[in-house]
Design a protein. Sequence first.
Length: 328
Amino acid sequence: MLGAIAIVCFAIGAVTALPEASSLRYQYVQDAEGVSHLVDFWDTKSDLSDAARYNPTTENIYHLFTRNNPSVSQPLLHGNTALLSNSNFNPSKKTVILIHGWRTNVTGLLGSVMIPALLQGGDVNVIGLDWSAGASTINYLAAMANTVTSGAAVAAFISWLNSATGASLSSYHIIGHSLGGQQVGIVGRNLDGQLPYITSLDPTLAGWITNPDSFNATDAVYTEVIHTNAGVNGVLLPAGDVDFYPNGGVVMTGCSGNYCSHDRGIYYMAESVISGGFTGRECSTYVTAISGDCDLPGSLKMGGWEPKTGVSGIYRVDTNDSPPFSMD
Ligand SMILES: *[C@@H]1O[C@H](CO)[C@@H](O)[C@H](O)[C@H]1NC(C)=O
Ligand SMILES: *[C@@H]1O[C@H](CO)[C@@H](O)[C@H](O)[C@H]1NC(C)=O
């Protein structure tokens, strides 16, 4: 049953992990509710059969929100032209796609914070992907495998949407959080042609350090990573064209737990599309970004609507501990 989704509240949604060494067999991975699960990274037989039950082409739901339907979605499905032609999708406008993480869905924190912010800041198509058919499994290794098949399915959906409406790849911006922050890269590398702009909010660390499917800088023309729980739930090393380490990238001001820090980039990104802000200063390495000893002359704004095409580097920005987060 395909239902419209109303964004009514701030659900708590996040994802992910405690420190990873790829050689460790057992690791704790935190889900969207901040609950830690002990994952056996060697236990693959049941994971593969679990993952095989998920068909992202038919089970992913693409919830369209626009200024004409800001709070109740119009669900789209790959290949369903009737749903598409009855929707408010406007191919001449920018389209922002949101991809959530493990054990959450389109009404989780990413959607409930970013959808209203994007529609306040811009007259755009917002598509909240719901891949909870693949993300809700308690089996983390299956969710990782489903991240890869879902990413390919999202790329196929974008190609179908463009051919059905005349929309162009150059009008897209994709934003993912946590396991969705890994999936955005898989979307990018499965398209014919490059997306102009991908934002990865604290991409998941556990299981991704040596993974060939990990997000990297070549997945779009311009890629930006916002590290908010680096080395704990999110990846530590720079992974995009530009990597921001707000407040040093590990513990966010105003947060007491890792779970809060891991989610904080969603709020920074939301504020950036409404009011701008967040001017960062350039650092020579991620180590100096973490310590705050950044003495390069460059400065750059974190997040926002436009890709900073051609720019690369590592930046630190310090924030307030509650909204408005930007100190600009
Ligand atoms: C969506 O995910 C949230 C956790 O982020 C959960 O509380 C809620 O029950 C989920 N909704 C559905 C319909 O599964
Ligand atoms: C990025 O990922 C692609 C696809 O897996 C791979 O071909 C490429 O070598 C990677 N680039 C870097 C810098 O890791």
